[in-house]
Write a protein that binds this ligand. Sequence first.
Ligand SMILES: [Zn+2]
Length: 225
Amino acid sequence: MEIVPGLYRIADFLSTVYLIVTHEGLTLIDAGIAGGHKRILRAIVRLGHDPRQLHHILITHADGDHVGGLLPLVAVSGARVYASAIEAQALARGQFSRPLRLRGLPRFLFWLARPLYRVTPFDAAEVVKEGDILPGLGGLRVIETPGHTPGHISFFAPASGILFAGDSIAYHNGKMRRPFALVTWDEQLALASLRKQAALQPQIVCLGHGPVVHDASQKFLLPDS
Ligand SMILES: [Zn+2]
């Protein structure tokens, strides 16, 4: 579960979070599903750290599988939470940042799984925007990557070439592509965000779902036009 020294992947059956360890404390990328905080806290302890060393939680977007564990994590750690303006507002309301346009079977499956996507309102996220630098891996730059949701952001560490892409990138058949249409709020924005991320030429991409992608700059699937 160690990706590079000091960077760890913590996954359950639905979502993935990433833990960054520095001598100043711990930074977490996303907060997992409701109830998922227990696994995250266990991992922190197993790595030899005190959960109270968790100082920063960076949120890519306010979907329930990324913020479900937020409240208990903050209660234990007192961590500061960061999100874009749009996602922070949704989080404060305890709602997703856009209506889901699912129909038919996917809609029914989502309805069945809705307890896993539960969002508990949290109104204390600090708002960040493009270019802001957050703690971890020598500085994590905020990259606005809307498409999957209107306020989705990613975090890029130029020093190590590591990109945390949340759900702005889907991984399929060895390639990174824009998220599937079914779960995409705006497909044109999603494609523009993918181009923007490819231009960063990341070495490693850490996704909200799926594996960690190495040699990542070679694996973007972009339409020609
Ligand atoms: Zn997700």
